[in-house]
Design a protein around this ligand. Structure first.
Ligand code: CP
Ligand code: NVA
Length: 306
């Protein structure tokens, strides 16, 4: 049995297998075929943070696969009132076939997985958002941007950045990360990603210059400056991130055929301009839709490993 907590635990071949499976199931869906790969199976979805895409894609995805998604907010279950994670894990995993969790500390997810009898999927923690990267990579494949990748991430060194680092390190591509001073990526995650990159031949470049990162890039991406849980820091972050907006001028420094990705939700006028988000290079709504398809691939793949 496998969990899906970070891309760190997955080989390049496995990541590509999951994407391929997702693309196959997407093709079937688009031609009107909904095969019941997960007939009568139940996915418990625990949300300790808000969500639009993750909730809808997992719940709709599970239904399309012939199964059922169970939405559990921490306002409704005893986890939110202090029932221990290890007790919750043993109870829920004795009744359901898979669990998806969106939470704060990554260690909560790891503890849940340790006590779970069924596969646990990371639906976002403070440290990583790996399911988003499956959708991002699927979108790159579909837009012919999966060869000779030079990706530029502009903005906060956060859960999205860490997941981009792991994807680049595993698949062996060039990733340039531009963050303001004091908003750099986590040092331990960087060391881990650099060790993996050494083996795969990936190039991880860290800079404080968005211009250096974006020069000639084939994929440009960013994320909110204030992640969920950082609401109190919003004002100081807006000041610190001045100059880190992906606008038309910065985008013009990338490869002329570059695509723009954003996990969403986006804050227009902060990390991205209206013009770039709504522009011809932006594939953010294909990317959002691919959350559905990539995660269906993931759930079927995890089920096949049991
Ligand atoms: N990108 C993403 O995970 O979106 P939600 O927060 O809406 O799930
Ligand atoms: N970094 C963002 C991603 C949202 C999908 C957050 O954690 O809020």
């Amino acid at each position: 049995m496998r969990h899906f907590l970070t891309l760190k635990d997955y080989t390049k071949e496995e990541i590509l297998e999951i994407i391929d499976l997702g693309l196959t199931i997407k093709k079937e869906l688009k031609s009107g075929e909904r095969k019941p790969y997960l007939s009568n199976k139940t996915l418990a979805m625990i949300f300790e943070k808000s969500s639009t895409r993750t909730r809808v894609s997992f719940e709709a995805g599970m239904f399309q696969l012939g199964g059922h998604g169970l939405f559990l907010s921490n306002r409704d279950i005893h986890l939110g009132r202090g029932e221990p994670v290890k007790d919750t894990a043993r109870v829920i995993s004795s009744m359901c076939d898979m669990v998806m969790i969106r939470t704060f500390a990554h260690s909560m997810l790891e503890e849940f997985a340790e006590y779970s009898q069924v596969p646990v999927i990371n639906g976002l923690t403070d440290s990583y958002h790996p399911v988003q990267l499956l959708a991002d990579y699927m979108t790159m494949v579909e837009n012919n941007k999966s060869d000779n990748i030079v990706a530029a991430y502009i903005g906060d060194g956060n859960n999205m950045t860490h997941s981009w680092m792991m994807l680049a390190a595993k698949l062996g591509f060039e990733l340039r990360i531009a963050t303001p001073h004091a908003y750099e990526v986590d040092a331990d995650v960087r060391a881990e990603a650099e060790a993996i990159a050494k083996e795969s031949g990936a190039k991880l470049i860290f800079t404080n210059s968005p211009h250096e990162a974006v020069a000639g890039a084939t994929v440009v991406t960013t994320d909110t400056w204030a992640s969920m849980g950082q609401e109190d820091e919003k004002e100081e972050r807006i000041t610190a991130f001045g100059g880190f907006i992906v606008d038309e001028a910065l985008m013009a420094e990338a490869d002329s055929n570059a695509i723009f990705l954003h996990c969403l939700p986006a804050y227009r006028g902060q990390e991205v301009s209206e013009g770039v988000l709504e522009g011809t290079q932006s594939v953010v709504f294909e990317e959002a839709e691919n959350r559905l398809h990539a995660q269906k691939g993931l759930m079927v793949w995890l089920d096949q490993q049991r």
